[in-house]
Design a protein around this ligand. Structure first.
Ligand SMILES: Cc1cc2nc3c(=O)[nH]c(=O)nc-3n(C[C@H](O)[C@H](O)[C@H](O)COP(=O)(O)O)c2cc1C
Ligand code: SF4
Length: 497
């Protein structure tokens, strides 16, 4: 192939030189072909890419097409109900709700209602009425001096660093406008988190914002941050659905003065987040640690976040709570399908219990140990529409939080480049050339709009189903089609243990 390409280029070069001899105005043509010739020589001499070496010039088209494949797929190929991780129909819905555009659909559903896994709610002949205050959930009322009244829909954990400063500001201001909470993620509380929104401060294994020089938990530092007015609850992160058990490394080159002061680490020094916590090593110590955090924070609710892995380990936590009376105030259950900025493929695809299985298990487990009435369950995982909120509540959650739909609300276009730092929409990047494109007041409005419209739609779903309170939604409320057109519901699929 190389021989053919060089032959063609040689002929074109000679031909174009002849052309300029008679028509000097076309002198640019041999220059361009000459440059291609040089490129072809460079292609053959390089050793990194075999396709380009074997197919000089032509090989570049393969890499170009590979680069723009997601965009071609998204703009020209995928249908309304396709698109991973978020189907086009939901991306459009989130954009429309965020921008307060028309969100009705014409001519009927595009879903195949006879296909396997089609889900629906059975409506009632006696629609109910729901009041505004029933759309909030009180967390920590049993053992906290400062229980928190949370919205049913909130912003899930995403750190400053994985999201840009303008993205964090927009999310936080949106949370303030709509009166729902914003989870900091494990990267600590940045100044961009302090724009008026209620915070859930997440503590990961790196103890960012509450660590000593050796990376261990520092109670004094914790107290000074946890008692801030903005902090309403504390969440100890045990694992995340997209990468359970995976630690993290923040390279020294990314640790500038700002990051160093937020995370309480040394400027320019690489920081490791280990896979496990150093503050505890078993259930009893973990629950005692949560109790210590509750006291240091002045009685704010303290919970854990996890993706269910080995079930016996969760049973152990429940048993220890039952035996000692040391309870967490909430448990956030993340699904294996959860999102991340960056994670190893095998962990993302094949480790961690999917949300529906994990959520029903946690609900059942807490019930069987007699703990359910004292511990609220928060579900995280693919909440895009009000139906998703309804479904999570049917499967055992008291409230939900959403990460990726909130990213879409502030302009994410699902370009899937969060792990490159070159996010075109300025959401998941530290580069000013991208994040400066985000207009914070406008995007904050969109976050609040997305939240309020989704909650309006959720309220209507409850009402048409005949429930005057979200707590009345149960597993049997959601029907599902199985194979061969058989139908079932979640109570049959996930029988309460
Ligand atoms: C960019 C990004 C960063 C995240 N960072 C964290 C984090 O710091 N801590 C955490 O517990 N989960 C983190 N998550 C997971 C989310 O909080 C959430 O649990 C998961 O994405 C499922 O929700 P979703 O389907 O609404 O995105 C992150 C997710 C994304 C997309
Ligand atoms: S637009 Fe940015 S945040 Fe959204 S998926 Fe792409 S890279 Fe990630």
């Amino acid at each position: 192939m190389r021989f053919e390409i060089f032959t063609v280029l040689s002929i074109l070069l000679l031909g174009s030189l002849g052309l300029t001899y008679y028509y000097p105005a076309y002198h640019v043509v041999p220059i361009v072909i000459g440059l291609l010739y040089l490129r072809a020589i460079a292609d053959v001499l390089q050793k990194k890419r075999v396709i380009i070496r074997n197919f000089p010039i032509l090989g570049h088209f393969r890499y170009l097409l590979e680069m723009i494949r997601p965009e071609i797929q998204q703009y020209f190929i995928e249908s309304e109900t396709e698109g991973r991780p978020i189907a086009r129909v939901f991306r459009s819905l989130i954009y429309q709700r965020a921008k307060r555009q028309m969100e009705t659909v014409a001519f009927g559903t595009q879903l195949d209602v006879y296909a396997d896994n089609y889900e629906w709610i059975e409506h009632s002949m006696q629609p109910a009425k729901i009041t505004e205050d029933s759309l909030r959930v009180l967390i920590g009322e049993k053992q906290c001096q400062q229980p928190y009244s949370a919205s049913l829909l909130n912003i899930s954990a995403m750190s400053y660093g994985s999201l840009s400063k303008t993205a964090i500001q927009a999310l936080n201001r949106g949370a303030a406008k709509g009166h729902f909470y914003h989870n900091t993620g494990e990267g600590g509380i940045s100044p961009y988190h302090l724009e008026g929104g209620d915070l859930v401060w997440q503590i990961g294994t790196g103890y960012f914002g509450c660590r000593d020089k050796n990376g261990n938990f520092d109670s004094k530092l914790f107290e000074s941050n946890a008692t801030k007015d903005a902090v309403k609850m504390i969440e100890v992160k045990l694992s995340q659905g997209a990468k359970p058990g995976h630690g993290g490394i923040l390279p020294g080159t990314k640790v500038d003065e700002e990051i160093a002061s937020i995370r309480h680490v040394e400027v320019g020094k690489t920081v490791h987040s280990p896979a496990t916590h150093s503050a505890f090593s078993n259930s009893y110590e973990m629950l005692s640690f949560c109790q210590e955090l509750r006291e240091l924070s002045g009685g704010k609710p303290v919970g854990i976040k996890l993706c269910i892995g080995k079930r016996s380990e969760f049973h152990d936590i429940c048993k220890t709570m039952q035996d000692t009376g040391l309870l967490v105030d909430f448990i956030t259950v993340d699904g294996g399908e959860g999102g991340t900025g960056a994670a190893p493929l095998e962990l993302t695809n094949n480790v961690g219990t999917p949300l529906e299985d994990g959520l029903t298990f946690v609900d059942d487990c807490l019930r069987s140990y007699g703990l359910r009435q004292d511990i609220k369950i928060i579900a995280a995982g693919k909440v895009f529409s009000a139906f998703h909120v309804f479904k999570r509540l049917a499967l055992g959650a008291d409230l939900v939080c959403a990460a990726r739909s909130m990213m879409l609300a502030i302009g994410c276009i699902q370009a899937l480049r969060c792990n490159t730092n070159h996010c075109p929409s300025g959401v998941a990047t530290t580069l000013p050339k991208y994040y400066k494109g985000i207009d914070v007041p406008d995007k904050a409005e969109r976050v609040a709009n997305y939240h309020s419209r989704t909650m309006d739609a959720f309220r209507e779903l409850c009402e048409v189903a005949g429930y005057d309170h979200p707590s009345k939604i149960e597993r049997a409320s959601v029907q599902i089609r199985l194979e061969n057109r058989k139908t079932s519901n979640f109570a049959e699929l996930y029988p309460q243990q």
